[in-house]
Design a protein around this ligand. Structure first.
Ligand code: NAP
Length: 249
């Protein structure tokens, strides 16, 4: 019997949830619980951590999960590592529904950096107006460069003080459009964009807007993960679900 655990938190996961629900696939959708009002899903939904890889392995057994689809954000590396370990321990096949990373095209002015500390180090010395499009969890390292004005875009209003001295916050949830992001960058006088190489369509708008405005981008590479089976399309996920025996990558 097919019973899927879909690890979510991305627009790709929501797209897949719609497809699975339409096909009446037995599936549970899982949210970490980071946002105050997560999008409702057309699948039975649970919220919150599992308690590490051991907790997830227990969940897989208790819920008789036959397949795990990891559709978390490419920077949610802890969850993805836990899912790999738990699936190995419980003998459940896993597939990542992962968007391809963005690649620069004509007119893009991107500087690739390996991680957040490298992005901080790549900032200019002279004060700049920076669109820091990295969410709210990894802001603190940027306090080492307090001379800059930072524009943040967050899903929820910050619950407490932010670790940056000169900051403006816009509350919005993607997907975004190039035209709207161009207007946002222009309205805030932004001169530099810092972003994670998330891939996907909805988050790409800020990079297209930066290109249109001739702005440089510091683009943070994805964290490395162990080898795993990857699906780029819903069809590839459905193929994976059709083959219970495939435990490989
Ligand atoms: P993370 O650092 O990889 O995971 C930290 C812990 O959060 C995990 O060990 C797990 O707790 C719990 N967790 C994460 N995703 C979960 C899920 N889908 N269901 C249940 N528990 C989950 O993750 P993160 O970077 O904080 O991301 C959290 C959520 O936000 C994910 O759903 C991700 O897709 C989404 N998101 C992340 C980013 C980003 O830039 N990191 C951007 C957009 C959306 P336990 O160990 O207790 O199981």
């Amino acid at each position: 019997m097919t019973r899927v655990l879909l690890l979510g938190g991305t627009s790709e996961a929501s797209q897949l949830a719609r497809e699975l629900a339409a096909r009446r696939v037995d599936a549970i959708f899982s949210y970490a619980g980071r946002t105050a009002a997560p999008l409702p899903q057309p699948l039975p939904t649970r919220t919150g951590g599992f308690g590490g890889s051991e907790g997830l392995a227990r969940f897989l057994r208790a819920e008789a999960i036959s397949h795990v689809v990891d559709a978390t954000h490419p920077f949610a590396a802890q969850m993805s590592r836990n899912a790999l370990a738990a699936c190995a321990a419980a003998g459940v096949p896993l597939c990542a529904f992962e968007r391809a990373p963005w690649t620069a095209g004509p007119g893009d002015d991107w500087r690739h950096v390996p991680d957040i500390p490298a992005a901080v180090a790549a900032l200019p010395e002279s004060p700049a107006r920076v669109f820091l499009a990295i969410g709210r969890q990894t802001l603190a390292p940027f306090a080492a460069r307090p001379q800059h004005h930072y524009l943040l875009r967050l899903v929820d209003p910050p619950a407490g003080p932010l670790p940056l001295p000169d900051v403006a916050v816009v509350i919005a949830r993607g997907p975004f459009t190039r035209a709207a992001d161009e207007a946002l960058l222009a309205a805030h006088g932004i001169g530099l964009v810092v972003a994670k190489n998330a891939g996907g369509a909805g988050a790409r708008a800020k990079l297209d807007a930066a290109r249109a405005l001739g702005l440089p981008v510091i683009l943070i590479d994805r964290p490395a993960l162990p080898p795993r089976r990857i699906a780029r399309t819903v069809g590839e996920v459905l193929d994976f679900l059709a083959h219970r025996a495939d435990l490989g990558v």
